[in-house]
Design a protein around this ligand. Structure first.
Ligand SMILES: [Zn+2]
Ligand SMILES: [Zn+2]
Length: 242
């Protein structure tokens, strides 16, 4: 069976022949991401929550003794995950690329964004046993034709040499698009109980959840709960943008 990486590279070069590459963010010809847009990617920089990397307002982290500031959400009720990491802020060219990958079928972008995930993972010094993409409900995956989190996880797997646990999680209930949820509490209610872990081989392992974007952490948290209940030793999250 042809591996996903091989299939994507073949598909990617076919796409290059039919449609010459153009920058996903600004449309300039020559590459899927031009140098100018790449330079405008904004890295996620402090102050951010020590646990979930939610960007913080300066006032929220003003106290000098708080070497590990927490966001209001984590201070109130810690997430089930150990941590969430993200190399970028969800704005500008990053936002364009994430949207192209997610909604416009630009699967080729998964390879570019996964490189940033691989660098972020290497910098963190973390070495999870497996990667687990946040699953879409089957009805949505059929409609879209692919799961962008899965594409990212497989590209990251090739780069970081960490296996993907394809069946670690199952989405048992479709959830409304998160953009429709008015606030953090509504988002949490919308995804609570939406995922299940039916994979007994996950017991005792460390799992890195992979997704394109994290807004409140509600989805990653809803994924972590059944994994931990199934005996997973540790769950962390890694996303492109926060
Ligand atoms: Zn560009
Ligand atoms: Zn937090």
């Amino acid at each position: 069976m042809v591996s996903y990486g091989v299939a994507r590279r073949a598909y990617g070069s076919l796409l290059d022949l039919v449609f010459p590459p153009q920058c996903a963010a600004c449309g300039a010809g020559g590459a899927w991401l031009c140098a100018a847009c790449s330079a405008r990617f904004r890295r996620l920089e402090p102050p951010f929550c020590a646990r979930c990397t939610q960007p913080l307002l300066l006032a929220e982290s003003a106290a000098p003794e708080t070497s590990a500031p927490l966001c209001a959400r984590c201070a109130r009720a810690p997430l089930a995950l150990e941590s969430i990491s993200a190399p970028f802020l969800m704005e500008g060219p990053v936002r364009e690329m994430v949207h192209r990958l997610k909604y416009d079928g630009w699967r080729v972008l998964a390879g570019i964004l996964a490189k940033a995930l691989a660098e972020s993972l290497a910098r963190s010094g973390q070495r999870p046993d497996v990667l687990a993409p946040v699953p879409l409900h089957l009805s949505r995956e059929r409609e879209r034709g692919y799961n962008q989190a899965s594409l990212l996880a497989h590209e990251l797997s090739n780069l970081a040499r960490i296996p993907v646990a394809r069946r670690a999680l199952l989405r048992v209930r479709p959830t409304p698009p998160q953009v429709d949820a008015p606030n953090a509490a509504a988002r949490e209610a919308a995804v609570a109980g939406a995922f299940r872990c039916n994979d007994p081989t996950m017991r005792g392992r460390s799992v890195m959840l992979v997704d394109d974007v994290c807004t409140t952490g509600a989805t990653l948290n809803a994924c972590a709960v059944p994994l931990l209940a199934a005996g997973v030793a540790e769950v962390r999250g890694l996303v492109v943008a926060r």
